[in-house]
Design a protein around this ligand. Structure first.
Ligand code: DAT
Ligand code: MG
Length: 140
């Protein structure tokens, strides 16, 4: 397996409850390296662009509202098989179905407020990273 980069967001429900350090500890414990990180606030337009793939879904409006409800921490994670590894660390989208020890099982409030995002494929990881980081902000 190759060294990959993936894009992560610690969502507003996580920053609100002061959980960024606790979540980063799980990320690092899994062997992923945080090689870029900044705290930002998504505009409505940025959230709509980021989640454009879900535009037709009934929860889209709620999803965008949730993502702009507070600051987020955007990150680039590096590691062996990083995309799948981080999805495993996140756990299932619905925290009620997530395995013990995963970020979503330990920290999520609900399906809509599930604490963190991780890219689902190399193509989406590249697009999402480029949306939020310039090359000189990523220090591997
Ligand atoms: P994931 O974040 O695991 O990649 P996704 O891409 O299917 O999941 O959905 C993006 C986010 O939208 C998800 O993290 C939480 C929210 N969401 C998904 N399904 C939902 C639903 N049925 N009701 C409310 N929010 C939902
Ligand atoms: Mg997704």
């Amino acid at each position: 397996m190759a060294i990959e980069h993936t894009f992560s967001i610690l969502k507003p429900d996580a920053t609100r409850r002061n959980l960024t350090g606790a979540i980063n500890a799980l990320i690092e414990k899994a062997g992923l390296r945080i090689i870029a990180q900044k705290r930002v606030r998504f505009t409505r337009e940025q959230a709509e662009t980021f989640y454009a793939v879900h535009k037709a879904r009934p929860f889209f409006g709620e999803l965008v509202d949730t993502m702009i409800s507070g600051p987020v921490v955007v990150q680039v994670l590096e590691g062996e098989d990083a995309i799948k590894k981080y999805r495993d660390v996140l756990g299932a989208t619905d925290p009620a179905k997530a395995d013990p020890g995963t970020i979503r099982k330990e920290f999520a409030v609900s399906l809509g407020e599930n604490s963190a995002h991780g890219s689902d494929a190399p193509e989406t990881a590249a697009v999402e990273i480029a949306q939020w980081f310039s090359g000189n902000e990523i220090v591997g």
